[in-house]
Design a protein. Sequence first.
Lengths: 320, 355
Amino acid sequence: MLLLFSGRAHRWAGPPRAVALFGLGLIGGAILRSLHEGRGWDTREIPFPWAPGSSQSAAARTVLEAVTDAWDRCPVATEGRVDLVWAAGRAGFGAEPADTAAERQSFACVMDLFEALHCRRPAAGIAAHLVSSAGGLFEGQTSVGSEHCPAPRRPYGELKLAQERRLDEAAFAGRYVYRPTSVYGLVQGIHRRGLISTLVYNGLLGRVTRILCGFETLRDYVHVRDVGAFVAGRILQGAAGAYSPAGPFLLAAGKPTALHEVIGAVEAVLRRRVYLSLDYSPANSLDITFSSRALPEGWSPTDLATGVRLVHESAASRTS
Amino acid sequence: MRRRRRRPRGRPPTASTVRIQVMDPLTITVVVPVYSGEDYLEVLAGELGAVRREWEQQRRPFRLLELIFVDDAARDESSAVLERIAARHDWVKVITLSRNFGQHPATIAGILYSSGNWVVTMDEDLQHPPSAIIELLRTVARTGADIVYASPCGHVHGSMYRDLASRGVKKLVGVLTRNPMVEHFNSFRLIRGSIARAAASVCGYETYLDVAFSWFSLRFETFPLTLRDKRHMTRGSSSYGLRRLRSHSRRLFVSSQTRLLRLGAVLGVAAMLLAAALALHVLFTHSVDPSAVEVRGWRSLFVAILFFGGVCAFLIGVLIEYATSLVLHVQGKPTFFVVDRSADEILRRHFEAGG
């Protein structure tokens, strides 16, 4: 995990701020980039093990000590603010219950310690930002709007729902839940790429992409840059202690997109056919679409054609 | 006498074809392109809302999931009307196009924003009664079709000339292209969602949408309906002037087939063979009677012209064949498409039980 501090060198005004970013993968990395674009930060990396136990608890305490030390060192005699961002995701969409258990415990561990911080320093501003999953929560539902209830069909969705409920029970005021749909984008070193990035990457290298759903399967695709910018915007806005926990925020394109449309968009950008291996699974072929009426204010998703082009530019520079 | 090609008839689904257990009702998206409908949109939305409520009350195994209006840079106050309608109903969506693109592109946009198992397209001007949607579904249940067109009974536009012109063009194109669907094309249609979206995703600006549907399925049916173009009958005008109708017909013809291109290729080969035959004839007559033509060098010049002319015609024919392949590729005609009709069993059981 990564700690970010508002340093004096970066001309921060007001109370000291910290961001505890758990998860530096696809979405976490995008949030980090957007935070750096918004303001300058001092950073400190703290290894946070996934395995629950004493080492994990010790790491979490180290995080809190680092945050409170930064507050105490600040010449401004006021309590600071810390934003806990949980974008970690060891378990993927197809995870088994055993895979999600460790993640559930890790999130609970971090939440417990930040609640303990809230008890010790009640005047401090504490906000938690949870990157959940619209796909996991609403799998099999179409045209999902604000009136729809989450109904997970697999352990991954249940994990996300449990995390949302845990966050809802938190004692501190700032609670933000983000529900991105099918996020795509290219991040160096991340082994779990997602469909669109995999299609582009394999297309450039002439490799075969394995498809697990039907060509007509509808999903909603959003570029990771948009997700990162939106979450970072919520972190950066607002004064210490003044939270408006609206949400959950549905981060979707509001446009159902079939797989064949995605493949067409990728082939149009690559200007070549992509090789596909079809491994059709009915369980992976449920439509998941979202109503454009349920999207939050200030959210401007990139269209698919542009998004694929952005992925292509990133991938091409790495494969050349 | 040439035997007419029979169009493929869909077989109604049987219990053994059901592979997926569908727990939720089948969903229907209605797509309405809007250009000048300020006088009709409120009533249309009201009628569709009534249909939606009626199906819910009757506990039908299908529901009207969403109504998508596509604002095609409407030239009247339709945009404001749509905004009011969408504010009142959360199942109504409005997509606003950046400029006027035309009815087919607007319909394509609406289809690409749909997520229903079935998609209904209809006009903005109350020409197509929402209450008839259930009859289109009943036709699917009865026949297993992928596409159902409303088939107008009587005069639609109140003008025999206009109706005859419309039907005549479609009939002519249907004969020339040997596509049995063409003469039945109508903007009030029910299409299987996966096919609608697949066809819409390959359509270019010049592609005629219904022709694209026919690339994916020829299992279509028609349902007779009394349709009335009230706008034309009351105002004596429609949003389709003569110029747009001509453009419409041109696009229909060009999208329908590549036979004209192929005809060019055939003519090229035929010209080459004719050239070869004439050249042989000239050489033969020269060998039989060298003195028949007094002008020296005429025969050799003629043979040379025929030879190179034939070669050019042949090469042009070859190029046209390649152009045909490119056109088919650019048009997006699929190599194959897989469809799942298992959920049709739900409709069949419902309507057979008297639903």
